[in-house]
Design a protein around this ligand. Structure first.
Ligand SMILES: [Zn+2]
Length: 364
């Protein structure tokens, strides 16, 4: 089995790249890694600003410019990554060729690129663009954020029960990888390619098929976990509908059947919403999904507790969210201060509210 040790951001070698039997290359733990350990803190090989997100080719000029500026020694790292060859098209190659022509790119001796040379350069750049599209990761929290391709992160295979959480930290200017549970030496490092943990097996299968693979993780190969996953999906939908602007319209639909259906599809009170959110958090934990989805569930619990006037319960859930967040992204979270996205800022806000409430109470 081919292997290549990887130094983490903290200088430890905790993982290495190996060739797997069925999933191409993957990242594996070479030591026991306790929960909450920073495994990697990686800078991108190449990054581009957020594009239109309408057409993949809208990112093509930014990619070509970034590739032009990339030292040739880095090209090898890019070329080593997996490529979804369906993304290599003649049309795309023609667009890239036009870009090189328009920019008047020259060869090593300063002669303009044309003829076969231009064809070869455009062909190589088209493959690199396909590699970029196959492997790129968001470098921010907004929908429209820069995207980059990372040497080691790109090696991490998917699991519906991942053992790490990855996120880009703009303060550190690195993509960090933390173990969200204890990982044993020899275990493959896996992350979730989905943005939600609350999906049924059927939904997950459809999505992974779009990416060109079949997931054989424990959740996908053990049907006994499916009822819980289906329940997670239902709870997630119920809470989303409760917060949706469509809620009132659904509950006042002129059709009695539609109203009945709406009433059975969402919580009907804040305390029911809190019960749903608490069940969601509990089930995520039981399923070993102790990454950021669990943190988001704790935030829901905390928010509903406040709205019900249960301040100490709200603080308790905010503390749980913070403990969980530290396992997933560490303590350097200044970039999450705005709108109290980060658990630390949310907890501090609640503690201030709690204190103010206490001082009002004691002055009476
Ligand atoms: Zn799976």
């Amino acid at each position: 089995m081919a292997s290549e040790p990887v130094a983490s951001g903290q200088g430890h070698c905790l993982v290495e790249i190996r060739t797997t039997d069925a999933m191409g290359k993957g990242l594996f733990a070479i030591k026991n890694i306790p929960r909450g350990t920073q495994i990697l803190a990686e800078v991108p090989i190449l990054a581009i600003p957020a594009g239109s997100q309408v057409d993949l080719d809208d990112d093509l000029p930014a990619f070509c410019a970034a590739l032009r500026d990339l030292p040739k020694t880095e090209w090898k790292r890019l070329d080593e990554l997996y490529c979804n060859t369906a993304l290599i098209t003649l049309e795309r190659r023609a667009k890239i060729r036009e870009w090189y022509k328009e920019k008047g790119i020259t060869d090593k001796v300063g002669a303009p690129l044309n003829g076969k040379k231009l064809q070869d350069v455009a062909k190589a750049a088209t493959k690199r663009f396909a590699i970029f599209l196959t492997n790129r990761a968001q470098m921010g929290f907004a929908d429209k954020s820069d995207t980059g391709v990372f040497s080691y992160y790109s090696r991490i295979n998917h699991s519906c029960v991942p053992n790490v959480h990855n996120s880009y930290n703009p303060g550190l200017q690195r993509l960090t990888l933390y173990s969200v549970r204890d990982v044993s030496a020899g275990e493959q490092i896996t992350t979730s390619y989905f943005d939600s943990a609350c999906r049924t097996r059927q939904q997950r299968r459809q999505e992974t098929e779009n990416w060109g693979f079949v997931c054989s993780c424990i959740a996908c190969s053990d049907p006994s976990t499916e009822p819980v996953r289906a329940r997670l999906f239902k709870l997630d939908q119920r809470l989303a509908l409760y917060e949706s602007p469509l809620r009132k319209a659904a509950l006042s639909n002129p059709s009695p059947m539609a109203r009945l259906f709406a009433r059975s599809s969402m919580p009907l009170s804040l305390s029911e919403a809190l019960t749903d959110a608490e069940e969601l958090a509990e089930l995520l934990k039981k399923q070993g999904l102790e990454g950021m989805p669990l943190g988001r569930a704790y935030r829901e619990c905390s928010k509903y507790s406040i709205r019900l006037g249960l301040m100490s319960k709200a603080v308790e859930y905010a503390q749980k969210e913070l403990d969980n967040e530290r396992y997933c992204i560490g303590t350097e979270t200044a970039h999450l201060q705005k709108d109290m996205v980060g658990a630390e800022y949310w907890l501090a806000h609640l503690q201030r509210l709690d204190k103010a409430k206490g001082s009002v109470g004691s002055s009476r």
